[in-house]
Design a protein around this ligand. Sequence first.
Ligand code: SF4
Length: 371
Amino acid sequence: MGFCFSQTLIRWSKQHGRHGLPWQGQKDPYAIWVSEIMLQQTQVSTVMERYPQFMRQFPTVKALASADLDAVMALWSGLGYYSRARNLHRCAQQIMAEYAGQFPSSVQELVKLPGIGRSTAGAIAAFAFEERAPSLDANVKRVISRFFGITSDPQSHKTTQLLWEHATAILPKSKSQMPVYTQALMDFGATWCASKAAKCQSQDQSCPMMSECKAYEIGHVEHIPAKKKKKESPAFTTHIFLIRYQDEILLERRPPKAIWGGLYSLIETPWQPAAKKLDHSKSIDVIDLLNQTEFVSQLSKKDLAAITSIEKRGVIEHIFSHRRLQIQPWVIDLKQKWLCTSYAIDWIRMSRLGEYGLPQPIRVFLESNSR
Ligand code: SF4
């Protein structure tokens, strides 16, 4: 009998696959969907901690759809890529409204939902409905690229198409094997055919794919997939203001389309491209900075008289996937509250901060500056 990719992989997974992760063995498409979305840009160890919390709070698509977006964002706090949380919420509402709370069962229908791409749709369809549909997460892409010796630019449309074709061709014939196969392929890519230390590059020569693997045969395992060309990500600077009155602080809800969209944050000056790092030598007019924020168009004499102290804190460096941000925080104490004229800005008690979705660096800053 010749070599069969899917059966070799399934045999491998019995002994070496990852077992017992909280989202494994699920048939509920809702539970699978949440785990797939959370795993997209978050490490498995973090998802293991956060996924059960999310499922406890929103155990069904109905519970998620009827939740307040703020509660969803608060629970997503720290996981980054917040459009995932907004899309989860929107998608749950769409499933309730258009599918009577029942997840559609085919890739074709699933990809029409917000935040569900072909790969996530494939995983949901394979795990929950045993559809013969491939899923291509980054680990799976690597395995297929190496196994078939694909050396072309991994970003190109042509390469992506080729990967989907190969991924479809090697699926098991039997639908009932789809859940175990899909999991096995993800596990194999995450553990044995790993990005930096592929099994075949060590002393251990037990990879069951070795006899057929093109990358191994041509000695290019470490160069496949081809590395993305790294561009220097642009840097920006901003000033943020922790404005405090007794145990209350001013928070602003960010617009949905912005970075950290829909989260609450501190009032900030518009982000400026940073030609160089923030200049600490120059004396800074904080009132002038405050007047650059959207919250304050012009501070009145009464507002200024309410300020009891202004203190500068250490610069926070934050790295996004495509940009870097230097944040200069200021702590301003008031003896009288400033009035909020915008609906997006409000005074919040520090003790209730846990109820709000905040960007991780802002949460850390607030926790270290609480009184
Ligand atoms: S032989 Fe090496 S590169 Fe090929 S599948 Fe196995 S671990 Fe991956």
